[in-house]
Design a protein around this ligand. Sequence first.
Ligand code: FAQ
Length: 332
Amino acid sequence: MYTQAIDLAPGASPARPEAASGRDAAFEAAIAQDRKVEAQDWMPEGYRKTLVRQISQHAHSEVVGMLPEGNWVTRAPSLKRKAILLAKIQDEGGHGLYLYAAAETLGVARDDLIDGLLTGRAKYSSIFNYPAPSWADMGAIGWLVDGAAIMNQIPLCRCSYGPYARAMIRICKEESFHQRQGFDIMLSLARGTPAQKAMAQASLNRWWWPVVMMFGPSDKDSIHSAQTMVWGIKRISNDDLRQKFIDATVPQAELLGLSIPDPDLKWNAQRGHYDYGAIDWDEFWRVVNGDGPCNRERLGDRVRAHEKGAWVREAAMAHAAKQAARSQQRAA
Ligand code: FAQ
């Protein structure tokens, strides 16, 4: 099984920031030479905290991201589509696990991270607070949301923190299957009956701007970017990733015969990029701050799922305790 687990001496806490200050130079050298920082290495407290924040928000996003698609498992239009959707949702759960495990290497407890999500203390991606009322939304989520996620996550495979970078390599491979299955749904609908094509277009209209916002605030308003780029956590800025995504996606929409709902979208030969219309940042911050169309529903569903799963966690703990007692008896 894929894991970020590391062998530590009993009682040792991974990634302890309070270690000798003289180690600053080793950390700076690792960053300057583009070497990976590992869990056992000394690191500044700010670096550790930033990673815990970003990795745990990312993990929460993967887990909450299962909800809009989960609503469609029983309504998938064929057995094949249902099996593919189930596999995709299961992958997202797996991504959450790799990422929680990567965060744990930084000395935080998974229970605390999950508590942050369930109490609304921690953020997760704005994109999962939008509704998915039609089957075409399963296509749009795969094509656009996973497409945006890959654009953002490929550079994270080169993140300076080893456990995060390695988790991202595996995740990106799976996301690329997700993106293709989404595009395949859109292609079937776009080549289907006029009603199916209209359903695909309506879905693109619903998801386009939320996906464009998903890359985060513009560079001038991004509070963390400057520092995380110096530390080699982020490699490409929010605006540059957004532009790369738009440039890559416009030709895909053309191939589908669908129109992107942005009257200001046009190729700028001088820049070698598409120009695009103004983003509604008020909407973005409303959604990030808990007041989007589905924030309450998503968090409520997550809290209920967690409560319903209490017996599984208790059973797993009881089993682990029994196993430990047995191996102690054998060793005695
Ligand atoms: N939503 O200073 P910056 C997926 C917050 S996974 C909510 O620019 P940063 C897979 C930000 O946290 C999708 N909050 O922040 C899937 C910060 O607040 P804080 C998730 C947002 O960290 C597909 C504040 O705004 N991907 O989709 C958002 O440098 C389909 C200031 O922003 C990741 O998490 C937002 N969209 O850059 C699953 C990738 N944007 O923390 C199921 C890793 C910004 O100070 C189905 N994360 N904020 O309270 C990152 O690359 C970065 O964290 C960014 C934000 C780019 C998201």
